[in-house]
Design a protein around this ligand. Structure first.
Ligand SMILES: *[C@@H]1O[C@H](CO)[C@@H](O)[C@H](O)[C@H]1NC(C)=O
Ligand SMILES: *[C@@H]1O[C@H](CO)[C@@H](O)[C@H](O)[C@H]1NC(C)=O
Ligand SMILES: *[C@@H]1O[C@H](CO)[C@@H](O)[C@H](O)[C@H]1NC(C)=O
Length: 513
């Protein structure tokens, strides 16, 4: 008996020592204060900690309940994050995406400012060693300095679809002919004028990505980390990039092997609903529509006449509606509308009796809708929402309603459309395609993190594009060279012909003479 337990202890020790040798020190930084950027990857950080890695997470969202192997370094400010709160403020037309770029610069500076946070400063003074750095990638290139400081490979985390600098720094192709700029309300089949706008906007975005973001970011990196991120092509040294995409939900496009789609990483299994909601939903004979304008937008800033348009349509419907609303009351609320300040969104929309989901088109909610197979009405308001919305419409699993167009007639049309059998069926079909994968998004992400660790940065996955100056990448030198050769040979031929003609004339003249 004694020997048995001794052996057991020995085996357990050996196993834990063996698995410890695979455990690594990982630093993850989510410096953008928007919660969706953290939520998109929280499961990965937890998953890595559960696998035994020592994970340090610098973010605005420290865990309420600590878990083993997971250390928080909070850079949360006392004042609340003031993202886009007002629905009116973000209604704009953004020609060439210039306003978006300006907003991204603001966001980037705001993220880099967190380097001043006392917890971050204290963290820097510790004598830490990291095998891998994982960075939220949102025009906040300053934090890449951490990878250089700890001399570790780095992985980027994209919280939405791919941005142009993501593609640039990983050597992945960008093509203005069929890849609409992020936030443009275009599909991948653009009209001539849309392609013109898309092409010009790509030029604008390239300028920002090549000059503007790196320059302000480097100021912060040099000042707070003592690292120059522009030296030695370092920005192009990213090992891997996770993006919040899946080809079933995004317009398909080519990626280099160092870009991995992990859309759905934040999704778990639906939980049991609170009793009153479960009852409200399952007892509705005609199904339920769920309405939420998200966590960043305050519902009450939706202009009153737009709100009333929804209420008027809902009043005549046999379905029940759950409306996420920050107030206890709503003027003119019909009986079939239930107001809720807080809602377990995913658990609601995955309920089989929920027939439609009305929201802004944010990527995390969109993925949840796709996962649950519930059709959507998207009212895109900012950021990547117009593109996401367009996409679902082109997949036939929902409709887009522009906020300018919200009136009784259009709302009624949109609601009737999503409740139609055709769209209900398409949404179920999309869900089947979306979920059909070789590995779950979490297992995929953990696999690739460990792959980069195993292969010391796995730099062999990158294309040669990352080492090329732009004029070589776009073949400007080659085209220029060929144009010169071609023009000079044409000129030479013309000159020779002229010369020949002249000679002929002279000979003829001589003969005549
Ligand atoms: C885990 O990481 C922290 C850095 O935040 C470090 O101080 C600590 O020593 C590490 N623990 C182990 C067991 O390596
Ligand atoms: C790129 O990253 C690797 C670690 O993965 C590091 O050894 C190398 O020095 C880095 N290259 C540059 C140019 O910084
Ligand atoms: C709730 O509604 C009332 C009446 O419309 C309004 O005065 C109040 O500011 C609202 N409160 C919030 C938190 O929106």
């Amino acid at each position: 008996m004694q020997t048995m337990s001794l052996i057991t202890v020995l085996v357990v020790t050996v196993i834990s020592v063996l698995s410890r040798s695979d455990a690594h020190n990982i630093l993850a930084v989510v410096s953008h204060p928007g919660v969706s950027h953290f939520k998109a990857y929280e499961n990965l950080f937890v998953g890595l900690a559960k696998k035994g890695h020592n994970v340090t997470v610098i973010s605005h969202f420290p865990r309420k309940n600590p878990i083993p192997n997971y250390r928080d370094v909070s850079i949360r400010e006392d004042r609340p994050y003031s993202g886009l709160q007002n629905i009116q403020s973000s209604l704009h037309t953004d020609l060439f995406g210039i306003q978006d770029q300006m907003l991204l610069v603001e966001y980037g500076i705001q993220s880099c400012e967190s380097m001043k946070h006392k917890n971050f400063q204290m963290f820097l003074k510790e004598n830490n060693h990291f095998d891998l750095v994982i960075l939220n990638e949102f025009s906040n290139l300053c934090y890449r300095g951490l990878a250089k400081k700890y001399d570790a490979p780095y992985i980027g985390l994209g919280a939405s679809s791919i941005f142009v600098w993501h593609a640039l720094h990983t050597g992945s192709p960008e093509h203005a002919a069929y890849m609409p700029r992020l936030a443009a309300p275009y599909s991948d089949r653009m009209t001539f004028l849309q392609r013109v706008e898309n092409f010009v906007s790509m030029g604008v975005v390239y300028w920002y990505c090549n000059f503007k973001y790196p320059s302000f970011s480097n100021e912060y990196s040099k000042k707070y980390l003592g690292v120059d991120i522009l030296e030695n092509n370092f920005l192009y040294n990213m090992s891997l990039l996770f993006i919040n995409m899946h080809f079933s939900l995004n317009f398909p496009r080519p990626f280099t092997p160092n870009i991995i789609e992990i859309n759905g990483l934040h999704i778990g299994t639906p939980k049991k609903l609170p009793e009153h909601l479960e009852q409200y939903i399952s007892e509705s004979k005609n199904g339920v529509i769920y309405f939420s304008l998200g966590s960043t937008m305050k519902g009450h800033t939706l202009p009153k006449e737009k709100r009333n348009a929804f209420l008027e349509v809902f009043r005549d419907m046999p379905e029940r509606i759950i409306w996420k609303w920050e107030n206890d009351t709503m003027e003119g609320k019909p009986d079939n509308v239930l107001l809720q300040k807080w809602t377990p969104q995913f658990d609601i929309i995955c309920h089989p009796n929920v027939k439609a989901f009305i929201f802004q088109g944010g990527m995390l909610s969109l993925s949840e809708a796709a996962h649950c197979g519930v059709p959507i009405i998207a009212i895109p308001l900012y950021g990547d929402q117009p593109t996401n919305a367009k996409l679902i419409e082109s997949r036939g699993a929902g409709v887009v309603l522009q906020i300018e167009d919200v009136n009784v007639k259009n709302v009624r049309k949109a609601v009737n459309e999503v409740l139609s059998t055709k769209i209900q069926k398409e949404a179920k079909r999309l869900s089947e395609i979306y979920r059909d994968r070789p590995l779950s998004p979490l297992d995929t992400a953990i696999y690739w993190v460990e792959y980069v660790l195993r292969h010391k940065g796995a730099h062999f996955m990158k294309t040669a594009a990352v080492h090329m100056p732009w004029y070589q990448y776009y073949l400007i030198d080659v085209i220029g060279f060929l144009v010169i050769i071609l023009t000079s040979s044409i000129l030479l031929t013309i000159y020779c012909i002229k010369l020949l003609v002249n000679i002929c004339r002279i000979t003829q003249k001589n003969k005549v003479d």
